[in-house]
Design a protein around this ligand. Sequence first.
Ligand SMILES: Cc1cc2nc3c(=O)[nH]c(=O)nc-3n(C[C@H](O)[C@H](O)[C@H](O)COP(=O)(O)OP(=O)(O)OC[C@H]3O[C@@H](n4cnc5c(N)ncnc54)[C@H](O)[C@@H]3O)c2cc1C
Length: 295
Amino acid sequence: MKPLNTDVLIVGAGPAGLALANTLARAGVRFLVLDRLAQGQNTSRAAVLHAHTLEMLEPLGVCVRLEAAGLKLAKFSIRDRARALVSLCFDALPSRYAGILMVPQNVTEEILADALVAAGGKVGRGWMVESVIDLGDRVRAIAARGAERRAIDARYVVGADGMHSVVRHTAGIGFSGHRYDESFVLADVEMQWSHGRDEVKLYFSPAGLVVVAPLPAGTFRIVATLADAPEFPGEQSSRRSSTREVRNMAVPRFRRSYGVRGSASTTASPTAIAAAGSCLLETRRMSIAPQGAKA
Ligand SMILES: Cc1cc2nc3c(=O)[nH]c(=O)nc-3n(C[C@H](O)[C@H](O)[C@H](O)COP(=O)(O)OP(=O)(O)OC[C@H]3O[C@@H](n4cnc5c(N)ncnc54)[C@H](O)[C@@H]3O)c2cc1C
Protein backbone atom coordinates (compact mmCIF):
# COMPACT_ATOMS: atom_id res chain seq x y z
CA MET A 1 0.00 0.00 0.00
CA LYS A 2 1.75 3.17 -1.21
CA PRO A 3 1.02 5.98 1.27
CA LEU A 4 -0.63 9.21 0.22
CA ASN A 5 1.51 12.22 1.08
CA THR A 6 0.39 15.50 2.52
CA ASP A 7 1.72 18.25 4.76
CA VAL A 8 -1.14 18.35 7.26
CA LEU A 9 -3.66 15.61 7.98
CA ILE A 10 -6.70 16.92 9.84
CA VAL A 11 -8.68 14.17 11.54
CA GLY A 12 -12.29 15.29 12.01
CA ALA A 13 -14.49 17.76 10.14
CA GLY A 14 -16.47 19.30 12.98
CA PRO A 15 -16.22 23.08 13.41
CA ALA A 16 -12.58 22.89 14.57
CA GLY A 17 -11.41 20.72 11.65
CA LEU A 18 -13.40 22.71 9.09
CA ALA A 19 -12.08 26.05 10.37
CA LEU A 20 -8.50 24.77 10.17
CA ALA A 21 -9.03 23.28 6.70
CA ASN A 22 -10.36 26.63 5.49
CA THR A 23 -7.37 28.44 6.99
CA LEU A 24 -4.85 26.08 5.38
CA ALA A 25 -6.66 26.18 2.01
CA ARG A 26 -6.41 29.97 1.98
CA ALA A 27 -2.74 29.86 3.05
CA GLY A 28 -1.89 27.45 0.21
CA VAL A 29 -0.79 24.64 2.56
CA ARG A 30 -1.26 21.06 1.36
CA PHE A 31 -3.68 19.23 3.61
CA LEU A 32 -6.17 16.40 3.80
CA VAL A 33 -9.22 16.49 6.04
CA LEU A 34 -10.98 13.21 6.82
CA ASP A 35 -14.15 12.46 8.74
CA ARG A 36 -15.60 9.08 9.58
CA LEU A 37 -19.17 10.30 8.97
CA ALA A 38 -20.58 9.96 5.46
CA GLN A 39 -22.41 13.28 5.96
CA GLY A 40 -22.01 16.21 8.32
CA GLN A 41 -24.07 16.02 11.51
CA ASN A 42 -27.45 17.72 11.33
CA THR A 43 -27.99 18.60 14.98
CA SER A 44 -27.95 22.07 16.50
CA ARG A 45 -25.63 21.37 19.50
CA ALA A 46 -23.47 24.47 20.22
CA ALA A 47 -25.70 27.39 19.26
CA VAL A 48 -23.74 30.51 20.27
CA LEU A 49 -20.94 32.20 18.36
CA HIS A 50 -19.14 34.79 20.45
CA ALA A 51 -17.63 38.00 19.09
CA HIS A 52 -14.04 36.78 19.22
CA THR A 53 -14.95 33.54 17.43
CA LEU A 54 -16.39 35.64 14.62
CA GLU A 55 -13.23 37.76 14.56
CA MET A 56 -11.20 34.56 14.17
CA LEU A 57 -13.51 33.34 11.38
CA GLU A 58 -13.51 36.67 9.52
CA PRO A 59 -10.45 35.89 7.32
CA LEU A 60 -12.32 32.81 6.08
CA GLY A 61 -15.04 35.01 4.57
CA VAL A 62 -17.88 33.25 6.39
CA CYS A 63 -19.11 35.96 8.74
CA VAL A 64 -21.59 37.61 6.37
CA ARG A 65 -23.37 34.27 5.87
CA LEU A 66 -23.20 33.39 9.55
CA GLU A 67 -24.70 36.73 10.52
CA ALA A 68 -27.43 36.35 7.92
CA ALA A 69 -28.26 32.87 9.21
CA GLY A 70 -28.07 33.75 12.90
CA LEU A 71 -29.99 35.75 15.45
CA LYS A 72 -27.90 38.46 17.06
CA LEU A 73 -28.54 39.06 20.76
CA ALA A 74 -26.90 41.34 23.30
CA LYS A 75 -28.36 40.26 26.61
CA PHE A 76 -27.91 37.34 29.00
CA SER A 77 -29.45 37.19 32.47
CA ILE A 78 -29.55 34.89 35.47
CA ARG A 79 -32.93 35.06 37.18
CA ASP A 80 -35.02 34.11 40.12
CA ARG A 81 -38.44 34.04 38.43
CA ALA A 82 -39.05 37.50 37.01
CA ARG A 83 -36.22 39.09 39.00
CA ALA A 84 -32.85 39.46 37.28
CA LEU A 85 -30.00 38.55 39.65
CA VAL A 86 -27.26 39.13 37.07
CA SER A 87 -27.58 40.92 33.73
CA LEU A 88 -24.83 40.88 31.15
CA CYS A 89 -24.67 43.00 28.00
CA PHE A 90 -22.45 41.88 25.14
CA ASP A 91 -23.04 44.85 22.86
CA ALA A 92 -20.36 46.98 24.57
CA LEU A 93 -17.55 44.57 23.65
CA PRO A 94 -14.75 46.25 21.68
CA SER A 95 -15.48 44.25 18.55
CA ARG A 96 -17.32 44.80 15.30
CA TYR A 97 -19.13 41.55 16.17
CA ALA A 98 -20.16 42.74 19.67
CA GLY A 99 -23.03 40.56 20.85
CA ILE A 100 -23.77 36.85 20.83
CA LEU A 101 -24.82 35.27 17.56
CA MET A 102 -27.25 32.39 17.93
CA VAL A 103 -26.55 29.90 15.13
CA PRO A 104 -27.20 26.14 15.31
CA GLN A 105 -23.96 24.18 14.95
CA ASN A 106 -25.14 22.28 11.88
CA VAL A 107 -25.62 25.64 10.11
CA THR A 108 -22.13 26.81 11.16
CA GLU A 109 -20.66 23.55 9.85
CA GLU A 110 -22.57 23.82 6.56
CA ILE A 111 -21.29 27.37 6.01
CA LEU A 112 -17.70 26.34 6.82
CA ALA A 113 -17.99 23.32 4.50
CA ASP A 114 -19.30 25.52 1.64
CA ALA A 115 -16.44 27.97 2.21
CA LEU A 116 -13.98 25.10 2.04
CA VAL A 117 -15.35 24.01 -1.33
CA ALA A 118 -15.14 27.63 -2.54
CA ALA A 119 -11.47 27.66 -1.48
CA GLY A 120 -10.84 24.51 -3.53
CA GLY A 121 -10.87 21.95 -0.69
CA LYS A 122 -13.23 19.22 0.39
CA VAL A 123 -13.74 16.78 3.22
CA GLY A 124 -12.86 13.14 2.59
CA ARG A 125 -16.00 11.62 4.06
CA GLY A 126 -16.57 8.11 5.38
CA TRP A 127 -12.88 7.70 6.31
CA MET A 128 -12.23 6.54 9.85
CA VAL A 129 -8.67 7.13 11.04
CA GLU A 130 -7.86 3.96 12.95
CA SER A 131 -4.29 4.59 14.02
CA VAL A 132 -1.57 7.20 13.97
CA ILE A 133 2.09 6.26 14.24
CA ASP A 134 5.04 8.60 14.77
CA LEU A 135 7.78 7.65 12.28
CA GLY A 136 10.19 10.33 13.44
CA ASP A 137 10.35 12.52 10.33
CA ARG A 138 6.62 12.09 9.58
CA VAL A 139 3.43 10.66 10.94
CA ARG A 140 1.61 7.75 9.33
CA ALA A 141 -2.13 7.39 9.70
CA ILE A 142 -4.18 4.40 8.61
CA ALA A 143 -7.68 5.29 7.46
CA ALA A 144 -10.46 2.85 6.62
CA ARG A 145 -13.63 3.18 4.58
CA GLY A 146 -15.53 -0.08 4.65
CA ALA A 147 -13.07 -2.77 3.55
CA GLU A 148 -10.77 -0.18 1.94
CA ARG A 149 -7.62 0.93 3.82
CA ARG A 150 -5.24 3.80 3.01
CA ALA A 151 -1.96 4.87 4.58
CA ILE A 152 -1.38 8.62 4.77
CA ASP A 153 2.00 10.17 5.54
CA ALA A 154 1.90 13.72 6.86
CA ARG A 155 4.35 16.18 8.36
CA TYR A 156 1.72 17.07 10.94
CA VAL A 157 -1.46 15.43 12.16
CA VAL A 158 -4.11 17.58 13.82
CA GLY A 159 -6.60 15.91 16.10
CA ALA A 160 -9.93 17.66 15.51
CA ASP A 161 -11.67 14.37 16.22
CA GLY A 162 -13.70 15.40 19.22
CA MET A 163 -14.08 14.03 22.68
CA HIS A 164 -12.85 10.47 22.06
CA SER A 165 -9.92 11.55 19.90
CA VAL A 166 -7.70 8.79 18.46
CA VAL A 167 -5.04 11.41 17.73
CA ARG A 168 -4.98 12.79 21.27
CA HIS A 169 -4.94 9.30 22.69
CA THR A 170 -2.08 8.20 20.40
CA ALA A 171 -0.03 11.30 21.17
CA GLY A 172 -0.49 10.72 24.90
CA ILE A 173 -2.19 14.06 25.40
CA GLY A 174 -4.25 14.01 28.58
CA PHE A 175 -7.88 15.11 28.70
CA SER A 176 -8.70 15.20 32.37
CA GLY A 177 -11.82 16.49 34.07
CA HIS A 178 -14.97 15.42 35.75
CA ARG A 179 -18.67 14.93 35.18
CA TYR A 180 -21.28 17.32 36.57
CA ASP A 181 -23.60 15.80 39.17
CA GLU A 182 -26.72 16.85 37.26
CA SER A 183 -27.79 15.63 33.88
CA PHE A 184 -29.72 17.75 31.42
CA VAL A 185 -32.45 17.64 28.83
CA LEU A 186 -31.93 19.87 25.83
CA ALA A 187 -34.53 20.69 23.18
CA ASP A 188 -35.14 23.08 20.31
CA VAL A 189 -38.81 24.00 20.35
CA GLU A 190 -41.41 26.29 18.91
CA MET A 191 -43.41 27.71 21.78
CA GLN A 192 -45.68 30.44 23.05
CA TRP A 193 -43.39 32.78 24.96
CA SER A 194 -44.23 36.38 25.71
CA HIS A 195 -40.96 37.24 27.45
CA GLY A 196 -39.12 38.48 24.40
CA ARG A 197 -36.67 37.11 21.87
CA ASP A 198 -33.84 39.47 22.69
CA GLU A 199 -32.23 37.75 25.67
CA VAL A 200 -30.86 34.40 26.86
CA LYS A 201 -32.43 33.73 30.27
CA LEU A 202 -31.20 31.29 32.87
CA TYR A 203 -33.71 30.62 35.66
CA PHE A 204 -32.47 29.24 39.00
CA SER A 205 -34.75 27.59 41.51
CA PRO A 206 -34.59 24.77 44.06
CA ALA A 207 -36.15 22.51 41.42
CA GLY A 208 -33.12 22.95 39.17
CA LEU A 209 -32.28 25.32 36.38
CA VAL A 210 -33.87 26.09 33.04
CA VAL A 211 -32.30 28.07 30.22
CA VAL A 212 -34.42 29.63 27.48
CA ALA A 213 -32.40 30.88 24.51
CA PRO A 214 -33.97 32.32 21.37
CA LEU A 215 -32.74 30.68 18.15
CA PRO A 216 -33.22 31.81 14.54
CA ALA A 217 -36.49 31.13 12.70
CA GLY A 218 -38.69 31.74 15.74
CA THR A 219 -37.51 28.73 17.73
CA PHE A 220 -36.06 28.45 21.24
CA ARG A 221 -33.44 26.25 22.88
CA ILE A 222 -34.54 24.94 26.28
CA VAL A 223 -32.03 23.33 28.64
CA ALA A 224 -33.21 21.96 31.98
CA THR A 225 -31.75 19.78 34.69
CA LEU A 226 -33.07 16.24 34.75
CA ALA A 227 -32.84 13.28 37.11
CA ASP A 228 -31.07 10.65 34.99
CA ALA A 229 -29.78 11.09 31.47
CA PRO A 230 -28.60 8.06 29.52
CA GLU A 231 -24.84 7.46 29.38
CA PHE A 232 -24.80 7.82 25.58
CA PRO A 233 -27.31 10.29 24.13
CA GLY A 234 -28.61 10.24 20.59
CA GLU A 235 -30.24 6.84 20.21
CA GLN A 236 -33.80 6.85 18.91
CA SER A 237 -35.26 5.62 22.18
CA SER A 238 -33.38 8.28 24.11
CA ARG A 239 -34.56 10.96 21.69
CA ARG A 240 -38.15 9.82 22.08
CA SER A 241 -37.92 9.78 25.85
CA SER A 242 -36.23 13.21 25.82
CA THR A 243 -39.10 14.63 23.81
CA ARG A 244 -41.49 13.16 26.40
CA GLU A 245 -39.39 14.65 29.19
CA VAL A 246 -39.59 18.10 27.64
CA ARG A 247 -43.34 17.87 27.19
CA ASN A 248 -44.22 16.18 30.46
CA MET A 249 -41.61 17.30 32.93
CA ALA A 250 -39.38 20.17 32.01
CA VAL A 251 -41.89 22.63 30.65
CA PRO A 252 -44.65 22.18 33.28
CA ARG A 253 -41.95 22.39 35.93
CA PHE A 254 -40.65 25.48 34.24
CA ARG A 255 -44.12 26.98 34.24
CA ARG A 256 -44.95 26.14 37.86
CA SER A 257 -41.66 26.29 39.69
CA TYR A 258 -40.23 29.25 37.90
CA GLY A 259 -43.36 31.31 38.28
CA VAL A 260 -43.12 33.01 34.92
CA ARG A 261 -45.88 35.53 35.06
CA GLY A 262 -48.48 36.02 32.37
CA SER A 263 -51.70 34.57 31.13
CA ALA A 264 -51.94 30.89 30.28
CA SER A 265 -51.50 31.69 26.63
CA THR A 266 -48.27 33.54 27.27
CA THR A 267 -46.46 31.03 29.47
CA ALA A 268 -43.99 28.57 28.00
CA SER A 269 -45.75 25.86 26.08
CA PRO A 270 -44.01 24.09 23.21
CA THR A 271 -46.15 23.65 20.13
CA ALA A 272 -43.47 21.67 18.28
CA ILE A 273 -40.23 20.03 19.31
CA ALA A 274 -37.66 20.10 16.52
CA ALA A 275 -35.00 18.18 18.42
CA ALA A 276 -34.53 16.85 21.92
CA GLY A 277 -31.89 14.89 23.73
CA SER A 278 -30.74 14.31 27.25
CA CYS A 279 -27.11 14.26 28.20
CA LEU A 280 -24.50 14.14 30.92
CA LEU A 281 -22.12 17.06 30.91
CA GLU A 282 -18.41 16.86 31.53
CA THR A 283 -15.81 19.52 31.96
CA ARG A 284 -12.43 18.59 30.50
CA ARG A 285 -9.08 20.22 30.03
CA MET A 286 -6.60 19.12 27.40
CA SER A 287 -2.97 18.83 28.51
CA ILE A 288 -0.07 20.36 26.66
CA ALA A 289 1.25 17.92 24.06
CA PRO A 290 4.26 15.98 25.37
CA GLN A 291 7.65 16.89 23.94
CA GLY A 292 8.06 15.45 20.48
CA ALA A 293 4.35 14.75 19.95
CA LYS A 294 3.35 15.67 16.42
CA ALA A 295 -0.39 15.90 17.02
C1 LIG B 1 -26.39 17.54 22.42
C2 LIG B 1 -25.20 18.46 22.43
C3 LIG B 1 -25.38 19.79 22.75
C4 LIG B 1 -24.29 20.64 22.80
N1 LIG B 1 -24.51 21.95 23.11
C5 LIG B 1 -23.46 22.78 23.21
C6 LIG B 1 -23.63 24.15 23.55
O1 LIG B 1 -24.74 24.62 23.76
N2 LIG B 1 -22.53 24.94 23.61
C7 LIG B 1 -21.28 24.46 23.35
O2 LIG B 1 -20.31 25.22 23.41
N3 LIG B 1 -21.10 23.17 23.00
C8 LIG B 1 -22.13 22.33 22.92
N4 LIG B 1 -21.93 21.04 22.58
C9 LIG B 1 -20.54 20.60 22.31
C10 LIG B 1 -20.13 20.95 20.90
O3 LIG B 1 -21.00 20.31 20.00
C11 LIG B 1 -18.66 20.49 20.71
O4 LIG B 1 -17.88 21.21 21.64
C12 LIG B 1 -18.15 20.75 19.31
O5 LIG B 1 -18.84 19.96 18.37
C13 LIG B 1 -16.65 20.41 19.25
O6 LIG B 1 -16.23 20.65 17.94
P1 LIG B 1 -15.00 19.87 17.34
O7 LIG B 1 -14.84 20.31 15.93
O8 LIG B 1 -13.84 20.00 18.26
O9 LIG B 1 -15.39 18.33 17.42
P2 LIG B 1 -16.68 17.56 16.92
O10 LIG B 1 -17.78 18.49 16.55
O11 LIG B 1 -16.93 16.50 17.93
O12 LIG B 1 -16.17 16.92 15.56
C14 LIG B 1 -15.31 15.83 15.56
C15 LIG B 1 -15.42 15.16 14.20
O13 LIG B 1 -14.42 14.17 14.14
C16 LIG B 1 -14.95 13.02 13.53
N5 LIG B 1 -14.15 11.89 14.01
C17 LIG B 1 -14.03 11.43 15.27
N6 LIG B 1 -13.15 10.42 15.33
C18 LIG B 1 -12.71 10.23 14.07
C19 LIG B 1 -11.77 9.32 13.49
N7 LIG B 1 -11.11 8.42 14.21
N8 LIG B 1 -11.54 9.40 12.15
C20 LIG B 1 -12.20 10.31 11.39
N9 LIG B 1 -13.10 11.20 11.89
C21 LIG B 1 -13.33 11.16 13.22
C22 LIG B 1 -16.40 12.98 13.98
O14 LIG B 1 -17.21 12.26 13.06
C23 LIG B 1 -16.76 14.47 13.99
O15 LIG B 1 -17.33 14.91 12.77
C24 LIG B 1 -22.99 20.15 22.52
C25 LIG B 1 -22.81 18.83 22.15
C26 LIG B 1 -23.90 17.98 22.12
C27 LIG B 1 -23.68 16.53 21.75
